[in-house]
Design a protein around this ligand. Sequence first.
Ligand code: UT7
Length: 372
Amino acid sequence: MTSPSSAAGDRARAVIAGIGSCLPPLVVTNTQVIARGNLDTTDAWITGRTGIHRRRLAGPAISTGDLATAAARAAIDSAGSAVPRPDLLLLATTTPDRPCPATAPEVAHRLGLGTVPAFDLAAVCSGFLYGLVTASALLRSGTCRAPLVVAAEKYSTIVDPFDRDTAPLFGDAAAAVALRLGDADEPGAVLETDWGSDGGGSDLITVAAGGSRLPATGIDTGIGIGTPGHGDRCFRMRGRQVYAHAVRRMTSSSEAVLATTGWRPEEVRAFIGHQANQRILDAVADRLGVPPRHRLGNIRDVGNTAGASVPLALADAAARHACAPGARTLLTAFGGGLTWASATLLWPDAPVRTAAPEPRPPLHDHQEVSPP
Ligand code: UT7
């Protein structure tokens, strides 16, 4: 489904004014992943079939919220004082700090944003682009003036280190963008978007336990308590089927958003797809007709960072000045749900900031508020 026109006027667009990212310091090679899980695979298989050479893992002391807070603070810093103070925070994540409450309000609190609205968004690997579509619409409708879209993931908490099919694929990371309202012809302008879902494929990517179907505490089956096993608590993916859906959906969504924008694929100067597998990315770009020199990504060094992967690749490329501000850019993602989303934008002109994870400060008793 492509985006409708805005209440703020046809030329008004969300503009990416700040970009921040956060990678945990621990670098883990394919050889180390294989050794840790005693996996029946090889470094050559992983690099050849996925393009992944290494990833960053957060370790027990660093949470998704710690990564998110650092990336968000970096994006605010990148945007500088010309952009209004963030008045909304949206956190895309599959791995919140806790099932309840959402992680976003605590991130907003840690950033000192006061009582701004803050919520988590669950669209798995399409999370950042779902967030960008949502925040752009809220901005253009006048609901907010300066939303922060943060995507943060700690898949090392849900990936089974002994599962050959998924253990080599994922890494931990966060990235964020600060948005403001601007014009359709300025660098960073988000021009058009497309998003969709197909719940018929909801069993292809799952964490079975921890929700209402199979609570983490187990369910009363009438003849005893059924408790989730280790496998139920872990991320599972039917890789080959997901591969086919990913290529199909990212291609068709990209085609839809390019058509709405009025760009031909050969006019795209920066293509960033969800960093799940280099072969998937090449298949999508080949089908679209985007030449190899305009394909940007960092899967080699960070693996699949799920919802964080698109803004992390954007931050990485922008930090390397891979494109000139204003260059025609296409972002596309696909993930569990199934979900997908794409956006066209003009390459941002923002100084990328990177940050180390922020440890959570000690909690103080929440101040009581007297009833009126
Ligand atoms: O982020 C959310 C979206 N995620 C994705 O888009 C990921 C989509 N899927 C993929 O990236 C790929 O499907 C995988 C990387 C998961 C698997 O690669 P593949 O090229 O699709 O492999 P396959 O599942 O078709 O399996 C091919 C062969 C099989 O052996 P046989 O049946 O041909 O004898 C597998 O058993 O490779 C085998 N295999 C492996 N061998 C060594 C599967 N995984 C491995 C492994 N090491 N890790």
